[in-house]
Design a protein around this ligand. Sequence first.
Ligand SMILES: Nc1nc2c(ncn2[C@@H]2O[C@H](COP(=O)(O)OP(=O)(O)OP(=O)(O)O)[C@@H](O)[C@H]2O)c(=O)[nH]1
Ligand SMILES: [Mg+2]
Length: 356
Amino acid sequence: MERLGLVGLPNSGKSSLFNALTGAATVVAAHPFSTTETTSGIAHVPDERVDRLGEMSHSKKLVYATFEIVDIAALVKGASTGEGLGNRFLGALRDCDAILYVLRAFEDPSVTGDTDPRSDLETLELELVIADLASVEGRLDRQRRAAKGDKSLLAEIAALERAAAVLGDGVPIYRSDLTPDERSLLGPVFLITDKRALVVVNVGEDRLDEADELAAQFREPGIDDALAVTVQLEAEAALLDADARDELLDGLGLGEGVVPRVARAAYHALGRRTFLTTGDTETRAWTFRAGARAPECAGVIHSDLQRGFIRAEVIEWRELLDIGSWAKAKELGKLRVEGKDYEVVDGDVLEIRFNV
Ligand SMILES: Nc1nc2c(ncn2[C@@H]2O[C@H](COP(=O)(O)OP(=O)(O)OP(=O)(O)O)[C@@H](O)[C@H]2O)c(=O)[nH]1
Ligand SMILES: [Mg+2]
């Protein structure tokens, strides 16, 4: 499963956001103790396609897409050189597929820390950049020595030199102009800033009207998406049952809340896409890698379906919903028949024909 790592200064609201994204499923103490252990949990990706197709098919069960989310200790200035607990946890970030910066923009005299999201992001990025630079320099040393007898390493060395120059200027790889080819040559170094990056600005309830503006300043090249979230409020809402939650969030003019959008943005940044299956037993969102073909997607459901793949019957979810049922879509000849070269599209509803 794909993994999202939370990064932030102390008291920025990482654990609270973790709770908001994982709901009541896993609860880590957000208050008043600081996080000292790595906790991972499962975040569900709210999806109206599942809700509406489930209603259409009278499904007994609804299953949403998920990803793993990792809450680690705060980074502090100097973490990359061993300050605070952060250094120990940089390793946990290397295992993640994308990172999410949590930046504090709420004022609360009872919670220590400053409220300066721009400067916090700079501090955090710099720590990750310094850690990455050390990894690149180590690898560069080794590969330069090895290259004396093996000229095939020269392309990797050139990419490492480019990365060292960028990082040396204090720039994360995701903000750099390194080419996809250069970046793929850096794969073996497991750089933290070679991942996709998202920003959540944690705004106080009293600044809801400025929320969009605060987030917009972080939508810049290299950052996949930036959203403003009243983290504490949404973490509390996540613990309520659905009706009470809707009432609380609606009452504040927050609609479904921002957490579903954060989940969807993270899912997208992780390079994941969704296809659906629907029937009276269940309606389900299945996760596939962008660009995957029909047999690989069939394999997500069960390996037999990939092995014995014959064809897929496919329809876009909204069209199916308009028609009203799978049987009727079939009767009207609206199901497309696709073979093994078909590239599945986000939002496709599939039925796999197979024979093993
Ligand atoms: N007033 C206010 N307090 C908040 C908000 N978000 C988080 N807090 C409080 O800030 C404190 C820290 O929140 P956590 O979620 O534990 O922050 P963290 O980033 O995980 O902290 P560390 O694990 O120490 O790095 C807690 O007391 C929260 O209740 C907010 O939006 N408004
Ligand atoms: Mg924490």
